[in-house]
Design a binder for this molecule. Sequence first.
Ligand SMILES: [Fe+2]
Ligand SMILES: [Fe+2]
Length: 341
Amino acid sequence: MKKPATKIEFPFRPQNRRALFLGILIFQAAVLVAGEFLVDAWIRTEFTLSQVAADRLFVFRISIAFSVFTLTGLILFLASRRYRDALEQTNESLNKEVARQVKAGLAKRNALIFGLAKLADYRDTDTGAHLERIGFYARIIADALSEKYPEINARWIDRIVLASSLHDIGKVGIADSILLKPGRLSPEERTEMEKHALIGADTLLAIRSKLGPDEFIDMGIEIALGHHEKWDGTGYPFGIKGQDIALSARIVALADFYDAVTSKRVYKDAMSHEEASELIQSLRNTHFDPDVADAFFANQSKFNTIRAHNQECAQDSPYKFNTVEHAARQFIKDQAQRQAA
Ligand SMILES: [Fe+2]
Ligand SMILES: [Fe+2]
């Protein structure tokens, strides 16, 4: 068995550097005084000097020695302070640089993850903005629940806003004939469709096995796996119920549901906010966690504003290929300008 490493303890631990500095100075002064007394005794025995001359010589030597000692101490003190300040400044700028690089790395990772989630989402939604809206809705609910649930803080909320985009990534593994079928699904097709929760979780678990534990990926797994579970245990894939379903998944379940019913699809019209609200009320305590549903009811106007804005945008500038083409042309133009500059 491997022997655990022994921690080495230093025999003397100064409370702070000032105490150590003062200790060294006192020790030096004591050595200096003792040395001067020895030299004084040697001079008095070896040379024939009057008592007054020997005393004056002693005082003179002591004064010179203490002046040099004080000056040296002062210079040392100032030099160490300057060194400490320079060290603190270097540390501060290093910390800032590390924080900046971590932030930039995280922003890149988040943008890539969102891009990949969006790629999966294009397969079955019309507007391409479904994921952004789910993020908005999840933030509103999480904000409202933060007083009751201590685990919800600002970082948790930022995490759910992005992790909510991963809820349906498993749909990439579902055949078009089922995913894009306009009519009702047969029981077999429904079983196949329901696999998307497990496929999504499996994809993220594969990332986790390479990356190791990560709060964001862990939340993504919770959401992919649990966003079709229901509070009363009648959901899928496992039929778990109540608080056994992750809080993040309970929140995204409602956000996704609200957005799905209030959005137009090729096979259905969009519900009004009032209709969606009534439906959610009827599903409170069965499909939805009552706390999550209550957070929705307490913030209905915010949901309705986002929904209405979405529908206006969809009417003004429907998501069409020429919009993409325009954005792509603009990117090429900007890129050429950047390279010319
Ligand atoms: Fe789903
Ligand atoms: Fe969705």
